[in-house]
Design a protein around this ligand. Structure first.
Ligand code: C2E
Ligand code: CA
Ligand code: CA
Length: 743
């Protein structure tokens, strides 16, 4: 409010009671001045003029008044501010809020004539009242910032208040100009946040201006560059650039020139030559005219991430037990070796090592000891090889050694013999002294192959030949080996494939009573539908599965399929009598056999009484401690056991007595010529009598003719199985047979 104006108002005797009145008074003053602007009026004004204004000043005042009178309301309307006139008691006299009603805490009509304390809560009201008092006592402008909730959102305001010099009803008034500063506050908040981020960030940040002078740098960047703020801020020093390799620097310069942007992994080298891997991002910012302005550098230390990546890579390429390269890394290394040997015209050897009888070590001493043996084995090997050789674990008990720069076969042989000698020493693990031997096969580069696959395959074949010859030795690959071991490899491949693709099926061969012809049980027989092994007897498949460690998968599968079939028969209320499953040597010795059987029975909700296991005489005679424990545990839960292929294993019945089994199956080789061979008749007849005396049921296998059947009847044989009665049947065919038996 213009003090001068108020003085003039007083002079013309128009004391304004309100601003509207004031504005009217000004109008009148203007009219008065303009009407009587003839010198007379002026002199009249001047003679009473307490301010002693000059005519020029009066003239100026006229213009000023003229303008203000016309624009006051408009001016208030266009300002972004709210204007309040409050008296010293805190009563609102006037509110100017045209077009800004949304900024009001309470509607305008509830403000005018009311007191501050009517509108605001006591705390807020007290704050405003205090400011009025301060304005009045200091007679100076006072300001305050505060927050008010408007439509449930916090709004920030700045109030500037000053005395007006206008009295209303004799009470002094104060004018308060209120401006909303919410946006500004938000901006401030964001700026503060940005500043904090900049300060606290783990990323190094630096801004340079167009002169390449550092204008901002954060603590993280100072740390990474190993420099103090005062050494770099405001200077054109390029610490970062000095740490980057020249060829990368060149790349960066070109990219910035082209795209104003570059980012990538960079290896920084510190003063002490230590390195640091970072992710660097550089952006050159342009101003509105397109001129290059600031350059922003953001740098992330990714050394830790890199370490993590290296660790993951190590895990993926190394065997966790021995820490040696695994199969995939070995293949990689061999590929590199081949390439380098080819370049340098060198020869090399791929040496395949397989620990002998490792499965037995596992079975006898447990997996924990097995693991320690493998570790010890790998330690020994590591000490025996040259630094340039690569040793890795292919899996299980198979290791591979890649030896470069081998002069000739004799040289390779010398290395292998050294390995054999040292690896023969028994392993002393915990309280055990465990016998050790190894089968080694070797292939020479380029003689036996020039690719990774060919060389490993050849070495594997040579190793397999050693196993076949009784283990504990070595063999070089030769073409002679390939026929014999190719069969092994193709069958092993077919088994793996069939397991994966579910190409195995089980058949059921019925067994009958010779007394009344009734169905007494069935034998589960495996079939493989892989065309590669169509002509291979299933017994050969089983023995290769044993040798190559695949038997576990097969026995799981046979049990699973048989139990599922038994469950299906139960559902059809068919009683499948006894179901006999064959167990191979390794299956019988497996420490997990009993668990696997129990699990399968439980999954299919069937009892153990239905299962019978067939073990050949030879296996039984050579059975390990674990095998005997397994037989005991399974008999305890109610499973039956029969001696398979009896007569082929040179054991006497009295030997078998101690095993306390249930059934004896006379091998088909004795049945085949029964009608012609009196020897066979004597053996079979005696076997039947003795077995029965021992309380065993006797079954004759491979009964193909009526003649054979009649002789067996005469001898008092209990049961028969063979093509005369039935070939092995599919599940569906066996279902039909069971149904016909029932009716
Ligand atoms: P095995 O236990 O002696 O099985 C009886 C074999 O004799 C079966 O051959 C069967 O088809 C065959 N056979 C049955 N009746 C006659 C007949 O009247 N005349 C002739 N010549 N043969 C007959 P398969 O199925 O080829 O099995 C051969 C061997 O493979 C079995 O001998 C057994 O040792 C093994 N095997 C079969 N299936 C499995 C299995 O699931 N697990 C294990 N571990 N071994 C199995
Ligand atoms: Ca059998
Ligand atoms: Ca048999």
């Amino acid at each position: 409010m213009n003090q001068l104006l108020l003085q003039q108002l007083k002079y013309v005797g128009l004391e304004a009671k309100s601003l509207t009145e004031h504005s009217k008074a000004m109008q009148q003053l203007l009219t008065l001045i303009s009407e009587s602007y003839d010198g007379n009026a002026c002199s009249q004004i001047l003679s009473n003029n307490p301010l002693y204004l000059t005519p020029e000043q009066i003239n100026q005042l006229y213009h000023q008044l003229h303008q203000e009178a016309y624009s006051l309301e408009e001016m208030i309307a266009v300002t972004p501010d709210l204007i309040f006139i409050v008296d010293r008691e805190g009563k609102y006299i006037h509110v100017f809020s045209q077009g800004k009603e949304h900024m009001l805490y309470t509607p305008k009509e509830q403000i005018i004539g009311h007191y501050i304390s009517d509108i605001f809560d006591p705390l807020m009201a007290e704050q405003f009242e205090q400011i009025i008092q301060r304005v009045l006592t200091s007679k100076q402008l006072q300001s305050i910032e505060y927050t008010l909730p408007i439509q449930n959102e916090p709004h920030y305001f700045e109030m500037r208040a000053m005395p007006t010099g206008v009295k209303v009803d004799g009470v002094t008034t104060v004018i308060a100009i209120v401006r909303e500063i919410t946006e500004q506050k938000k901006q401030e908040h964001i700026s503060r946040l940005i500043a904090t981020v900049f300060e606290e960030a783990t990323e190094g940040m630096m801004i340079k201006n167009s002169n390449r002078t550092v204008i901002k740098i954060n603590p993280a960047m100072l740390r990474i560059l190993e420099v103090k703020e005062e050494e770099i801020l405001g200077k054109r020093l390029d610490y970062l650039s000095k740490m980057i390799l020249p060829e990368i620097k060149e790349q960066i310069t070109q990219a910035l020139h082209r795209d104003n942007h570059w980012q990538g992994e960079v290896q920084l080298q510190r003063k002490d030559k230590s390195t640091l891997l970072v992710w660097l991002s550089i952006d050159t910012l342009q101003d509105s005219s397109g001129a290059l302005n600031n350059t922003v550098f953001i740098l992330t230390d990714i050394s830790k991430i890199q370490k993590q990546r290296d660790k993951m890579k190590h895990l993926a390429t190394h065997d966790s037990l021995t820490k040696l390269p695994n199969r995939s890394l070995l293949y990689d290394r061999l590929e590199h070796s081949i390439a380098s040997m080819q370049r340098n015209g060198q020869k090399g050897a791929v040496i395949f090592l397989d620990l002998d009888h490792f499965k037995d070590i596992n079975d006898t001493y447990g997996h924990h000891v097995g693991d320690l043996v493998l570790q010890e084995f790998s330690h020994r090997l590591q000490h025996l090889i040259r630094a340039s050789d690569t040793l890795g674990r292919l899996g299980g008990d198979e290791f591979l050694l890649i030896a470069e720069n081998i002069k000739d076969r004799q040289h390779a042989q010398m290395i292998i013999k050294k390995l054999l000698t040292h690896l023969k020493e028994p392993f002393c693990i915990e309280q055990w002294e465990i016998e050790s031997s190894v089968s080694i096969g070797a292939a020479l580069f380029p003689h036996d192959g020039e690719t990774t696959e060919a060389l490993i395959h050849a070495a594997d074949q040579a190793m397999y030949a050693v196993k076949k010859q009784g283990r504990n030795g070595f063999e070089f690959y030769s073409h002679k080996l390939s026929y014999f071991s190719n069969e092994y490899f193709s069958i092993r491949g077919a088994i793996k494939r069939a397991l994966k693709e579910d190409n195995f099926e089980v058949l059921y061969q019925p067994q009958f009573s010779l007394y009344d012809g009734s169905l007494t049980g069935m034998e589960v027989l495996l079939r493989c539908h892989d065309s590669m092994v169509a002509d291979i007897p299933i017994s050969r498949l089983i023995s290769i599965a044993e040798e190559s460690g695949l038997i576990g998968g097969i026995s799981q599968l046979v049990l699973k399929k048989s139990c599922a079939q038994i469950k299906a028969w139960h559902k059809l209320t068919l009683d499948p009598i006894k179901v006999a499953v064959n167990l191979s040597r390794k299956e019988l010795s497996s420490p997990t056999l009993v668990e696997t059987i129990k699990e399968n029975l439980a999954t299919c909700c069937i009892g153990p009484l239905i299962l019978e296991f067939e073990i050949t005489e030879t296996i039984l005679m050579k059975s390990s401690f674990t095998a005997q424990q397994n037989i005991k545990a399974l008999r305890e839960i109610g499973c039956l056991f029969s001696i398979d292929d009896f007569g082929t294993g040179f054991s006497s019945l009295s030997n078998l007595k101690e095993f306390d089994l249930d059934k004896l199956k006379i091998d088909q080789s004795f049945i085949r010529d029964l009608h012609e061979s009196s020897d066979d008749r004597i053996i079979v007849s005696a076997t039947i009598k003795m077995a029965q005396q021992l309380g065993l049921t006797v079954l004759a296998e491979g009964v193909e003719t009526l003649q054979q059947k009649e002789i067996l009847e005469q001898f008092g044989c209990d049961e028969v199985q063979g093509f005369l009665y039935s070939k092995p049947l599919t599940g569906a065919e066996m279902t039909q047979l069971l149904q016909s038996q029932k009716s």
